[in-house]
Design a protein around this ligand. Structure first.
Ligand code: PEP
Ligand code: MN
Length: 296
């Protein structure tokens, strides 16, 4: 029987050699460095992806793109295709799908900012790729291997969010599916895990900050953190974003909305433009302390 020599890390030396050789570091200093839409990942810069949960309408996404870009964000985030937890919809709470992707394209042009958006089904990949600079594989699809494989084959950069019940080993296995297709631009994103007891009824997840240094010991891929989905609670987003940078993350995803309380999806978690602008400055200060930067 193969002994796991590092049980605390949930990954053995044999796993690194045999199960995810492309995702694993070849030596301690092995780090992936690549550019997406002119923005570097894996280097000194910690790129920030910001925007609403959902691409609700054209005005909202264009306004958000302009404001987050002005505050220094590197990518606009927003889902037009969304894995909403329950099937019931209202007029406001509904995916904007093809139209949403079109509006992301308009926002991209108007603000001059790269786009990250979620892909849920292979059949929409071509259309989404016309606009997206990064394809997001959502937490719920982390083990949808046909989707990851198809997305990786487009050669667009991917960001794979960790499922809230997935081990580090499972998460790295998902990345291996993308690298196996020859796609080298893969980002991993921690977004909170399920635990039996969180501190508040409204908190669905617990940010696993420890997975940042743990993952970085094992993989050369950049590790992003999404404190918005992890905390599910606006007042906790700022401290956890700062802590993510202190923990060594390579990118931060944040939900930003012009009118957070009226966000169509998850209104408890987005921050407004002003808080985002301040947070960018504060994140940059922490980043400077660890010899990195958020604002270029
Ligand atoms: C999102 O980023 O909008 C999202 C749905 O994230 P997650 O897959 O982490 O829940
Ligand atoms: Mn969401």
């Amino acid at each position: 029987m193969i002994q796991n020599k590092a049980p605390g890390k949930d990954v053995s030396i044999e796993d690194m050699k045999e199960k995810f050789p492309l995702t694993a570091k070849t030596d301690k200093s092995h780090t992936s460095f690549f550019e997406i839409a002119g923005i570097s990942f894996g280097g000194k810069l910690i790129p920030v992806m910001a925007g609403p949960n959902m691409v609700e309408n054209e005005n909202l996404i264009v306004e958000t793109a302009i404001q987050v870009k002005k505050a220094g964000a590197h990518f606009l985030r927003g889902g037009a295709f969304k894995p909403l937890t329950f099937p019931y919809r209202s007029e406001k709470y509904t995916e904007t799908r093809e139209e949403g992707i079109k509006w992301l394209g308009i926002a991209k042009k108007e603000a001059g900012i790269g786009i990250i958006t979620e892909v849920m089904e292979e059949k929409y990949l071509d259309m989404i790729c016309d606009v997206a600079d990064i394809l997001q594989i959502g937490s719920r699809n982390m083990q949808n291997y046909p989707l990851i494989t198809a997305a990786a084959k487009t050669d667009k950069p991917l960001m794979i969010k960790r499922h809230y019940g997935a081990s580090l080993r499972d998460w790295l296995g998902a990345a291996e599916y993308a690298l196996y297709e020859g796609n080298r631009k893969v980002i991993l994103c921690e977004r909170g895990v399920s635990v039996p007891h969180t501190h508040k009824d409204s908190s669905r997840f617990l940010l696993d900050l420890q997975v940042v240094p743990a993952a970085k010991e094992i993989t050369h891929l950049p590790i992003a953190v999404d404190p918005s989905h992890a905390t599910f609670w606006r007042p906790w987003v700022k401290p956890m974003a700062l802590a993510s940078i202190a923990a060594g993350c390579d990118s931060v995803m944040l939900e930003v909305h012009p009118d957070p309380e009226n966000s169509a999806v998850d209104p408890l978690q987005p921050i407004d433009f002003q808080d985002f602008e301040h947070l960018m400055i504060d994140m940059n200060k922490i980043a400077n302390n660890v010899n990195r930067c958020v604002l270029d």
